[in-house]
Design a binder for this molecule. Structure first.
Ligand code: HEC
Ligand code: HEC
Length: 344
């Protein structure tokens, strides 16, 4: 009897015409946001082939890309935990604490440029950074190439992924393969995506109210597109600078990239997909509670003081942005040989 009733309710709900409010909300949302596609997106200047993806996955998980043979991309971008490390700022070579919070690699392919300050144009340019950074993997392109060339199974994989090249095992090709793998790390079908695709019952009343507030209060001015952010740069503290704890004085953001005064404390608007999985927040990683992050944004970027109820609703909406996590089978990596450079 209960199941019958439930079934009847579901049929009634599914068949229910969307209310005028829902229609308007959907229409407005579609003006600003796009769903995550369910198929792997194309990448500029790098055809995403099965062979490259497979190789890129191995490299993403291989700690021998780091000088210590201990740290892989997955150490700081843990694909079991939302694609980041859930630390304030990352810990790399020799337990060195880096200056910034690690953003997620999930859906990073949709960002206009990579890093909090956008200093890498795309994922292939990005991947070369951490391998060489002293506080991350502390390696050199030369040693990475020697390492990969010393392992026959890698030589074969590079040949298959990059056919017709006389020496395919290069640092550049490593970056291309990692980029191809990262393009597969997308998270479609969040409840918000289902809403955008026309299922107005996918969000509950509080989440809908949050979406409405997100648009009407002005968050959407900076957080829009597929990733609800990741597209443009803005001062952190348009109206009011958050305190030095959240915005440490030393990190001047895009200023270090452009060296122009107007880029002082300017950062890329954070992409908000899967944001519930990627605490702590901001480039400083100082805020652990998503509600507090929303409140900080309201005062610093909009000069608005939101009520607790409004903050709760916006936060509920942000939680609905969690999508289907990529199911990645752990790669089995080929063993080192006597030719492989020793860990340092
Ligand atoms: C020691 C930790 C650490 C390791 C190892 C590491 N990363 Fe990162 N990653 C970070 C941090 C921290 C940032 C942000 C740095 C910044 O903005 O200046 C970052 C940024 C990124 C971004 C940019 C995302 C965005 O939204 O802007 C991508 C993509 C990425 N890393 C991929 C990789 C890949 C691929 C590897 C392996 C080759 C790797 N990372 C290794 C910590 C790490
Ligand atoms: C003027 C542009 C602007 C507006 C308006 C704005 N933001 Fe942001 N947002 C940013 C920037 C820039 C960052 C990155 C800050 C940093 O450097 O850590 C950010 C970061 C965030 C983050 C943290 C992302 C992360 O991965 O740590 C959240 C959450 C967020 N914004 C939500 C909101 C909400 C909710 C609103 C509306 C109340 C809003 N934003 C309004 C520009 C803006």
């Amino acid at each position: 009897m209960r199941t019958l009733l439930l079934a009847a309710t579901l049929v009634a709900l599914a068949g229910m015409p969307a209310s005028a409010n829902d229609q308007a909300l959907l229409k407005d949302a579609r003006d600003y946001f796009k769903p995550i596609p369910s198929i792997v997106p194309a990448v500029k200047d790098n055809a995403v082939t099965r062979e490259k993806v497979e190789l890129g996955k191995m490299l993403f998980f291989d700690p021998r890309v780091s000088a210590s043979h201990l740290i892989s991309c997955n150490t700081c971008h843990n694909l079991s935990m939302g694609g980041d490390d859930n630390l304030e700022t990352s810990i790399g070579h020799g337990w060195a604490k880096g200056p910034r919070n690690a953003p997620t690699v999930l859906n990073a392919v949709f960002n206009k440029a990579q890093f909090w300050d956008g200093r890498a144009a795309d994922l292939k340019a990005q991947a070369k950074g951490p391998i060489q950074a002293g506080v991350e993997m502390n390696n050199t392109p030369k040693v990475v190439e020697e390492t990969l060339r010393s392992i026959p199974a890698y030589v074969t994989k590079f040949k298959t992924a990059f056919p017709n090249q006389t020496q395919p095992v290069t640092f550049d090709n490593l970056a291309m393969a990692i980029e191809a793998f990262e393009a597969t790390l997308i998270t479609p079908a969040s409840r918000f995506d289902q809403f955008l695709e026309g299922n107005v019952t996918a969000l509950n009343a509080t989440e809908k109210e949050g979406l409405r507030l997100f648009m009407d209060k002005g968050c959407v001015a900076c957080h829009q597109g597929v990733n609800l952010g990741g597209e443009e740069y803005y001062p952190f503290g348009v109206v009011e600078k958050p305190g030095a704890t959240i915005l440490p004085e030393k990190d001047r953001g895009r200023f270090e990239v452009t060296k122009t005064a107007d880029a002082d404390y300017v950062f890329r608007a954070g992409p908000l997909r899967n944001i519930a999985l990627t605490a702590p927040y901001f480039h400083s990683g100082k805020v652990w509670d998503l509600k507090q992050a929303v409140a900080v944004m309201a005062t610093s970027q909009l000069g608005a003081k939101l009520t607790d109820k409004e903050i709760d609703a916006i936060t509920a909406f942000l939680v609905s942005l969690t999508g289907e996590q990529p199911r990645v089978e752990l790669p089995i990596l080929p063993i080192s040989t006597t030719e492989t450079p020793m860990p340092k």
